[in-house]
Design a protein around this ligand. Structure first.
Ligand code: PEP
Ligand code: MN
Length: 263
């Protein structure tokens, strides 16, 4: 059902007045994790200052170590929603288990399924039954075919509002956190009718690569870019090395807009 052969025209998803997948790239910025009301409010203010319509932030964090910050859970979602409402933004946040889904839906506009859960089939079936958009991230070692099949689980359960998100895959290369598989973007666009985003933060893991990676994503035809922004990355409780601060975000977004005007 996600195949272009089944449906030739692009799927367009309306999120808070923003048409995702209609040609103009969309942007999802926000902190790695929700840490406090003040933190998310500051980021929301900066995002809305750019005229953008979405904010991200993890409340259920799938961390490698059980001793690392696990996220604020439902309290975090409430903080993010409050900040989003204040600045008229839609909330994008990861849900890690079907059992959190119902309570989370009061606070989340776009449900993110993270890389670690791309093949959590019960979660895929559960988000397939909601009537909100799903942002599905590519598994860290998933092939394009496995990625497309994961999206198929969601659409087969009844939800066709799916955004695919390339976020880098695991290779032997150590210069970046993951290897951004940029060619996956046009392949996914050819094989499916779904919008395709690129997460430049988790793919590169390097602040100095966030801009060139986003330019590459837009140039190759991505429908949107995701990147992490935190008021004070040095003290962030997760992904401290790769989040932009508010000044960097300001410069970054302006540079991207300038780049896009060339097209
Ligand atoms: C995230 O976007 O917060 C995240 C954890 O990314 P990924 O699932 O791609 O690792
Ligand atoms: Mn992160």
């Amino acid at each position: 059902l996600v195949s272009r052969k089944k449906k030739a025209e692009d799927t367009v998803i309306n999120i808070n007045g923003e048409t995702v997948g209609a040609g103009n790239p969309s942007f999802i910025f926000g902190p790695c994790a929700v840490e406090s009301q003040d933190q998310v409010s500051k980021v929301a203010e900066a995002i809305s200052g750019k005229g953008l319509r979405m904010i991200r932030g993890g409340a259920y964090k799938p961390r490698t170590s059980p001793y690392d910050f696990q996220g604020l859970g439902l309290e975090g979602l409430k903080m993010l929603k409050k900040a989003a409402d204040q600045y008229n933004l839609a909330v994008v946040s990861e849900i890690v288990t079907p059992s959190h889904l119902e309570e989370a839906l009061d606070y989340v506009d776009v449900v993110q399924v993270g890389a670690r859960n791309m093949q959590n089939f019960e979660l895929l079936k559960a988000v397939g039954q909601i009537d909100k958009p799903v942002l599905l991230k590519r598994g860290m070692s998933a092939t394009v075919d496995e990625f497309i099949n994961a999206a198929e689980y969601i659409i087969a359960s009844g939800n066709d509002q799916i955004i695919l998100c390339e976020r880098g895959i695991r290779t032997y290369e150590k210069a970046t956190r993951n290897t951004l598989d940029i060619s996956a973007v046009p392949i996914l666009k050819q094989e499916t009718h779904l919008p395709v985003f690129v997460d430049v933060t988790h793919s590169t893991g390097r602040r100095d690569l966030l801009l060139p990676a986003a330019k590459a994503a837009i140039a190759i035809g991505a429908d949107g870019v995701m990147a992490e922004v935190h008021p004070d990355p040095a003290v962030a409780l997760s992904d401290a090395q790769q989040q932009m601060d508010l000044n960097q975000f300001d410069e970054y977004y302006d540079a991207l807009m300038k780049f896009m005007k060339q097209y």
